[in-house]
Write a protein that binds this ligand. Structure first.
Ligand code: MG
Length: 387
């Protein structure tokens, strides 16, 4: 009895490897079908509460070593900012700090607080992406609307969460001085094609978990009282601003992310039909290689169709027609893959998808044959007392 159960389990394992049919087919703008089982899986990232993601570059972890490794003052000199109690603190007048590495498209997490002591004013600092685009840091916890001409600072486009001088935050979730705050930022630099600006770049900012910049198209590099053009660079150092206030930082990490224009095959901004066609050609070839190795007509039929859908080819269609006849015969004889319940059902879904997508007619021989085929009964569940 034990032996029988083990064999049944092994059968399930092999069935799990059968590919499922996918949805709407590739086309000129899409290399992949919807739910395409051949599409590569995303890279795994390990994420633990309170920890940087496993693929993040940790720029400050509370230790002086992480400052030495990642940060410098202007000209590459060591910074005079200090590390105390796990905080990286601006030394007013010593100059801004910058990362030794340069970043373009990125996701940044950073925590900061403004000083409690009024002596230091509003705790001005800033996160300057690529060294050009400042997301303002300031105590904006007690901002009141005012039309007073004597209110020289804390203007809307200079508050915490603002793209400095360009766009105020959508709302103002700033906490009081002395309380930790967080920015989670997604940044894309401008894209140039020679002298033509293809895309101005954008920034999304979550401020204490609340979205305050929603994919904001950048207007140019930021600055005081002026509008500036975009830089031509596509990357630069991350700068933390010294604006004369001892603002502390902690938990700083950054992840490089792909440019939205680097993806030329997934229907995004950088879509190139030539790249889509090239990938479809490669995938068609791979599916054909699987078809050539397939021993069972059912798998061969699926692989040939897969190849044809990636890239229609008359010779492949000739093989599909022949293979269809083999499948009809095997179905009628209840042979091979068609004797396995899960495989039969997967094949049924695949054929139905071909009909739904208009690749074959409702009265095609394979459709009639599969409709006339009952699935074998489910195997009995093992009796635990026998294990
Ligand atoms: Mg500032």
């Amino acid at each position: 009895m034990k032996k029988e159960i083990i064999l049944t389990a092994a059968a399930f394992v092999s069935v799990a490897a059968v590919s499922e049919p996918s949805g709407m087919r590739p086309d000129a703008n899409h290399a992949w079908a919807v739910h395409d089982v051949n599409r590569p899986d995303p890279v795994k990232v390990d994420v633990r509460p309170g920890k940087p993601p496993s693929d993040a570059i940790v720029l400050f972890d509370g230790t002086p070593g992480s400052v030495t490794n990642n940060w410098s003052a202007g000209g590459g000199k060591p910074t005079k900012w200090t590390v105390k109690d796990g905080e990286f603190i601006c030394t007013p007048g010593s100059g801004s700090v910058r990362t030794k590495e340069e970043f373009g498209d990125c996701q940044l997490h950073i925590e900061w607080k403004t000083p409690v002591d009024d002596l230091y004013g509003w705790g001005n600092s800033g996160v300057i992406l690529m060294g050009k685009y400042e997301i303002q840091i300031l105590d904006s916890s007690a901002v009141k609307p005012s039309r007073s001409p004597w209110k020289p600072a804390n203007y809307a486009d200079g508050q915490a969460g603002a793209v400095y001088g360009e766009n105020p935050p959508l709302v103002q979730p700033c906490r009081k001085p002395g309380e930790w705050q967080s920015y989670d930022i997604v940044f894309h630099p401008p894209i140039w094609d020679g002298r033509r600006l293809v895309d101005p770049g954008s920034v999304t900012v979550f401020f204490n978990g609340v979205v305050v910049q929603d994919d904001f198209p950048l207007q140019g590099h930021t600055g005081w009282c002026r509008r500036y053009p975009h830089p031509k660079e596509s990357k630069g150092p991350l700068i933390l601003q010294d604006h004369g206030h001892p603002v502390p930082f902690r938990n700083i990490w950054i992840r490089r992310i792909p440019s939205r224009y680097a993806d030329t095959v997934n229907g995004g901004l950088g879509l190139k039909r030539g790249d889509v066609a090239a990938l479809r050609h490669r995938l068609a070839g791979e599916s054909l290689a699987f078809a050539n190795e397939a021993k069972e007509p059912a798998e061969r039929f699926i692989r040939l169709w897969e190849s044809y859908c990636y890239e229609p080819d008359d010779k492949v269609m000739e093989r599909i027609v022949k293979c269809e006849a083999e499948c009809v015969e095997a179905l009628r004889a209840n042979k091979a893959d068609f004797a396995v319940r899960e495989k039969l059902n997967a094949f049924r879904r695949f054929v139905n998808m071909l009909v739904t997508d208009g690749w074959i007619a409702k009265d095609a021989p394979i459709k009639k044959a599969i409709d006339g085929q009952k699935a074998p009964p489910k195997p009995k569940a093992p009796n635990l007392r026998d294990l």
